[in-house]
Write a protein that binds this ligand. Structure first.
Ligand code: NDP
Length: 252
């Protein structure tokens, strides 16, 4: 653990989708590493539980209720965090949804909602955070992508498009902000055991595991460990990258 006097101890991180799954694990990990963590998602109850867990173990957290699909509200929320905290060093754009279906049957509404929630939100948060990060000449933007955005996935045209879009957004942010000490990277999980994958039939899970080098589904903590590294001070020479944390499923 860093000592309270190290600069990393004072870093403020915003994690969207922190109420459960990967976002929750990321929030707990960043708090354990000494960051003050702002927990964002749509309902106060689950966020309050994560906050209590963090505080019980000596960490520092605050909650921020926002629907990331509502761009103006999200913009105001991030600005509110910066006003209240005086800084915002790390953003983890993790909130995401799926609305799967084959393209021929996919509605415009399901396409748009997935793009808005998974991609537009990351743009809005990053734009709002970038000014504060540039001012402090330090920033870590971490976008949670997916291997679906790298190699595509039948039944996920909307989701894969959003996650592929995150890669382009991230590379552009990396090029625009690199000179100011701000990095931007994508962590692209494969199959992780969360609510999002809980409904997958066992035979699908078995098939996916067989295709993986490591022969097991990932855990939220596997992703949190990667986020902890790319958002750390020591990862200052890593930017514009997409890191697939997928048990060797794609090796891309
Ligand atoms: P979960 O479904 O377990 O959790 C999703 C999180 O996003 C919840 O905290 C939810 O909060 C939040 N969220 C969803 N919609 C909104 C919204 N409109 N506004 C605010 N918060 C929202 O998902 P995972 O933890 O599995 O996924 C997290 C990220 O990882 C996503 O971006 C996902 O695409 C990505 N990913 C996951 C994989 C997996 O196998 N699980 C694989 C590849 C990528 P609440 O509902 O409380 O508002």
């Amino acid at each position: 653990m860093p000592t309270p006097s190290t600069p990393a101890e004072r870093r403020v991180a915003l994690v969207t989708g922190a109420s459960r799954g990967i976002g929750r694990a990321v929030a707990l990990r960043l708090a354990r590493d000494g960051r003050r963590v702002i927990l964002a998602s749509r309902s106060q109850g689950p966020l309050g539980e994560v906050r209590s867990l963090i505080e019980e173990t000596g960490g520092s957290a605050a909650t921020c209720v926002v629907d990331v699909g509502d761009a103006p509200a999200l913009q105001r929320a991030v600005e509110g965090v910066i006003d209240a905290e005086g800084r915002l060093d790390i953003v983890v754009n993790n909130a995401g949804i799926t609305k799967d279906g084959l393209t021929l049957r996919m509605s415009d509404a399901d396409f748009d909602e997935v793009l808005r929630t998974n991609l537009t939100s990351a743009f809005v948060v990053s734009r709002a955070a970038a000014r504060a990060m540039m001012k402090h000449r330090f920033g870590r933007i971490v976008n949670i992508g997916s291997t679906s955005g790298v190699v595509g996935n039948a039944g996920q045209a909307n989701y894969a498009a959003a996650k592929a879009g995150l890669i382009g957004l991230t590379k552009s942010l990396a090029r625009e902000l690199g000179g100011k000490g701000v990095t931007a990277n994508v962590i692209a999980p494969g199959f992780i055991e969360t609510d999002m994958t809980a409904g997958l039939p066992d035979e699908v899970k078995a098939r996916v595991m067989e295709a993986m080098a490591l022969k097991r589904l990932g855990t939220p903590d596997d992703i949190a460990a990667a986020v902890a590294y790319v958002s750390s001070d020591e990862a200052g020479y890593l930017t514009g990258q997409t890191i697939c944390v997928d048990g060797g499923l794609t090796m891309c």
